[in-house]
Every structure is written in C-alpha cells, then in structure tokens.
Design a protein around this ligand. Structure first.
Ligand SMILES: NC(=O)c1ccc[n+]([C@@H]2O[C@H](COP(=O)([O-])OP(=O)(O)OC[C@H]3O[C@@H](n4cnc5c(N)ncnc54)[C@H](O)[C@@H]3O)[C@@H](O)[C@H]2O)c1
Length: 299
C-alpha cells in the first residue's frame, strides 16, 4: 500500500550515535513523534545530552525558539525496547554502526516487527541498500536515505535498490524537504552516493600523503584550508565523521594504499581516539588546533 507524507506520524531511529541522534532531533523539530532506539543505554544518555547542546546552538543562532526546542524534546522518546517501539513506526531510519554483517543482522531481527505500511530506510554511508534489502523483510519499501550531518550539511541522498518501488522515491523527496534537507536522487546504486564518492577520493589522497610521510596532518589540512578558505581540512573532517566510520569504509577498499591508511586509522581507534565524539582523533577537542587563528598561517 502506497503512503503519503501525511500518513507519517511516528518516526523510529535505529542507532543513537553521531547521525542517529541528529536525524532523530531533526525529525522531532519537523513535528514527528520520534523514538530513538539503541542497544546501549549509555549511547541513549549521551544522545540526549548532545541533542540538548545542538538545540542550545540552534536557539543561539536564532534558527529556532526556546519553545520550539522544548516542543521537540517532548516529541522524542529513547528506548532499548525495540519489541514495543518497532510496531508503531510509520517511517524507519537506520543508523547503526557501518558494518554490513551487523546491518544484515539488525534488519533481519526486526523484519517480523514492522507494520506492513511502514517505509524503511538506511543511512549507510558506503554500503549499498541491496546488500540488506531482503533482510528488511519488505525490500520493495526499502531505500537508502542518506544524511550528511543534518544541521550544517543538509543534503540527503535518495538511492533506491533495483527492487525499491518507484513511489518511495517521491515520498522520500517530500520527507527530505520536510526534514529541512536538500534531496538529491542517485538513480542507480553507486557506492558513496554523490558527495561521499567525491569525499572519499579526497580523504584517500590525504591518507596517502600522510602514510607515505609526504606531509604532516597539520600541513595537509593547512594546505586545503589555506587554498580553499575552508574551516577544516581532510583530517579535521575525518575527526568529525569518526575514525571508526572512516576505518570501516577504508578497510573495505582492497588496494594497498587504502589498506595502509586503514592500518593507521586502526592505531588511533585502538587508543580510543575516534575523533570529536571521544574528544580526540587527529586533533584534541573541543578546541582543535585548526580553529586557532594562526593555524592556517602556519606560524
Ligand atoms: N558519522 C557520519 O558523519 C555519518 C554520516 C552519514 C551517514 N553515516 C552512517 O550512519 C550510520 C551510523 O554512523 P554513526 O557515525 O552515527 O556511528 P556511531 O558509531 O556514532 O553510532 C552507531 C550506533 O549504533 C548503535 N548500535 C550498534 N549495534 C546496534 C544494534 N544492534 N541495534 C541498535 N543500535 C546499535 C551503537 O550503540 C551506536 O550508538 C553508519 O551507517 C554510517 O555510515 C555516518
């Protein structure tokens, strides 16, 4: 049965990490009753705190009022009980860890719980929706709906797999607009959609410069920032994406150079340095060196 945007009232987010918490917050700000699910209670608590900070930032920037922030909080519930949450969902957005076997397992476990009218989406960065569409139990209602960072970079990719019914694309386009995103259609399955395909080539080039000891993290970032007048360079970007997510993508690329870079990323991950979310990656947060006034000047 086809659904319209007005049929969607209850949004369920799977995974309350970096992206899940942001998609969930935007969903609530856009007026949807939103449930955020994670297997880890601690991840839900941390999501709540980060959402509070994002809301304060949006109030400060006068993008929302304090009343809108409170109303959005009231629309969000957090749970580790998926058996109760899943059957209510009209729209599902999955943001669990970027690991194909895990995603297959999660979708297969949840398949019996969906109502038959639900629309199912994955926020995977580099996997293809056809890799776990069958596991979702409703492949014809399953599509990639991929966000970037939701509030700052607000473009959403809509990428069907060959079995996605056509009407889903139109619905996701409307849903993207409702969630304050710019929707772009990726007509056929392609790793990394549009922006990430370009970004990965850029990050891979930075990784090659570093692992081949051509230049330091700081000079590589400085070069990009100074030439393009950007606020961050490739390693600052990896810190905000998460070194673990970058590692999952890099390790899946089989060429020697990518494998060398994956090894370097893993050495940071093993020390608990996952980037902004753990307070340290290539830089230390909340005040990384690249935000200092003199960083780009190189003095
Ligand atoms: N980080 C980014 O910038 C970014 C951007 C776009 C898309 N994505 C994609 O979003 C997804 C999540 O990435 P992230 O950066 O938010 O990762 P993250 O590590 O910050 O969060 C992943 C969350 O999934 C939870 N999780 C793990 N197993 C689970 C399970 N079985 N059931 C429920 N929850 C489970 C973890 O507890 C964690 O809270 C990935 O597919 C990633 O490619 C990430």
């Amino acid at each position: 049965m086809q659904r319209k945007l007005s049929d969607i009232q209850h949004v369920l987010i799977l995974g309350s990490g970096t992206l899940g918490l942001r998609i969930g917050l935007q969903s609530a700000l856009s007026g949807f009753d939103t449930t955020i699910y994670d297997i880890h209670e601690q991840a839900l608590n941390s999501a709540k705190k980060i959402q509070g900070k994002i809301l304060n930032g949006l109030i400060k920037e006068e993008k929302i009022s304090a009343e809108e922030a409170e109303a959005s909080k009231a629309r969000i519930s957090f749970t580790t009980d998926i058996q109760s949450a899943a059957p209510q969902a009209d729209f599902v957005s999955e943001s669990v860890t970027e690991d194909v076997e895990l995603k297959k397992k999660v979708w297969a476990e949840l398949a019996p719980l969906w109502k038959k009218e639900a629309v199912l989406t994955t926020n995977t960065s580099y996997l293809l929706p056809s890799m776990f569409a069958e596991e979702s139990g409703m492949p014809e209602r399953f599509c990639a709906f991929h966000f970037h960072d939701v509030f700052w970079a607000n473009v959403v990719d809509i990428m069907p797999h060959p079995g996605t019914e056509e009407w889903i694309i139109g619905l996701l386009k409307e849903m993207g607009l409702k969630l304050n995103q710019t929707p772009v259609i990726v007509s056929k399955e392609s790793p990394g959609y549009i922006f990430n395909a370009m970004l990965m080539a850029f990050i891979g080039a930075a990784g090659a410069l570093l692992t081949n000891e051509v230049a330091t993290v700081e000079d590589i970032d400085r070069s990009w920032m100074g030439n393009f007048k950007m606020q961050t360079g490739p390693f600052g970007i990896i810190d905000s994406v998460g070194l673990d997510t970058a590692w999952h993508v890099t390790i899946s690329l089989k060429d020697n150079q990518s494998q060398r870079f994956a090894k370097l990323l893993k050495s940071y991950i093993d020390q608990g340095k996952l980037g902004v979310k753990t307070g340290e990656g290539f830089y230390k947060y909340p005040k990384p060196a690249y935000v200092e006034e003199d960083f780009v000047k190189g003095v």
